[in-house]
Design a protein. Structure first.
Length: 357
């Protein structure tokens, strides 16, 4: 079955009053393992926050704690100032969409979307009207009589989204909702999620391990590692001014290059660069340099071309320095270095993150 999805048309959606959400010193243990280590995160009404990090970092545990699917061992979960840590999931006024679509196979699309309203004892006529509106919102109004097996993966995920939105929740939770879809459908659906979220004004928490997804849709991104939040900031802040070496390495692509730290600067291949973040002890360091901050020049650091890849709007070339350091250089597509060519590099004077070696 094709994964082509009808594009939703702009309709007059009823705005929702997004809630303020706060995780305050939240702790969660699984036996001796501390999955959440006193995390703190404040989300403003109507804000779209992405929890980003590698597998096992605690991002899904944080989402499940927020939803009430996981109890916590310490701290508070506040919705508009009220601690809901002991409130059952069905009383937290949250819509949830997961990686697995979890549609009822014996129900039609329209019946699936109406399910939450039926549990809330909403009258039948209102249920149907709101379900049709929700399906129209996601571009599937004409699919109401179909069953899950008659839909593509992207269409099923849109039904799951409509089912989460039909109850008009004040908070929307999305746990890796796009990871089972192919690349083109993922981009299309993530843009639709962002459009709908913006129009409705729902406070949204989006869990993903895909940095491109997080940077593309979120107002702010919380980067997590080993149960803690390393940094919270706008996509631009995380990329341009990572607070820790982990963020610099995880968000975007960085070259790891040997250098010498001296009083807040780092010398890399004879070039003095300012250092981001808190000062570190003078001495040998590993600096993280973005590929776009290295350029080809007529003179400078000599290197040998190892490979070059065409990436559509840009080209990324891999080079080897005299000390065997490998660097990626991002440049215009009309520059065509050949494997084995000797080239020269210059480092742009952009601040870098660094960690002691």
């Amino acid at each position: 079955m094709t994964n082509t999805i009808p594009v939703a048309t702009a309709i007059d959606l009823e705005p929702v009053s997004g809630a303020r959400v706060e995780l305050a010193n939240v702790v969660k243990h699984y036996g001796p393992h501390r999955a959440l280590n006193s995390i703190n995160l404040a989300i403003e009404p109507g804000e779209f926050i992405a929890l980003l990090g590698p597998s096992g970092c605690g991002k899904t545990t944080a989402l499940r704690a927020l939803s009430g699917l996981e109890g916590i061992d310490g701290g508070e979960i506040l919705i508009d100032g009220e601690d809901v840590a002991s409130v059952p999931t069905n009383r937290r006024d949250m819509g949830m969409v997961f990686q697995s679509y979890s549609l009822f196979p014996h129900m039609t699309v329209l019946e699936n979307v109406q399910f939450g309203l039926r549990m809330r004892r909403v009258p039948a006529a209102e249920r149907k009207g709101r379900a049709v509106e929700a399906l129209d919102m996601v571009g599937l109004a004409q699919f109401g009589s179909r069953y899950a097996h008659q839909l593509s993966g992207g269409q099923q995920q849109r039904v799951a989204l409509a089912r989460a939105l039909v109850t008009r929740p004040h908070v929307l939770l999305l746990d890796e909702p796009l990871s089972a879809l192919d690349a083109k459908v993922r981009v299309q659906l993530r843009d639709e999620i962002r459009r709908i979220q913006t129009e409705l004004g729902i406070t949204t928490v989006f869990v993903t391990h895909d940095q491109e997804e997080a940077l593309a849709v979120a107002d702010r991104v919380a980067v997590m590692r080993e149960g803690v939040i390393e940094q919270v900031g706008t996509p631009e802040e995380l990329y341009a001014a990572p607070a820790t070496p982990f963020v610099a390495d995880f968000v975007g692509l960085s070259n790891r290059v040997a250098g010498i730290a001296t009083d807040g600067t780092v010398s890399v291949q004879g070039v003095e660069l300012d250092m981001l973040g808190a000062p570190i002890q003078n001495g040998e360091v590993t600096a993280f340099i973005r590929p776009e901050n290295i350029r080809f020049a007529d003179d400078g650091i000599p290197a040998t071309v190892v490979s070059s890849s065409f990436l559509g709007s840009l080209r990324r070339t891999r080079v080897r320095l005299g000390d065997d350091t490998l660097l990626s250089v991002q440049h215009a597509v009309d520059v065509h270095p050949q494997i084995g060519d000797t080239v020269h590099l210059q480092l742009r004077p952009a601040p870098v993150s660094a960690v002691p070696r």
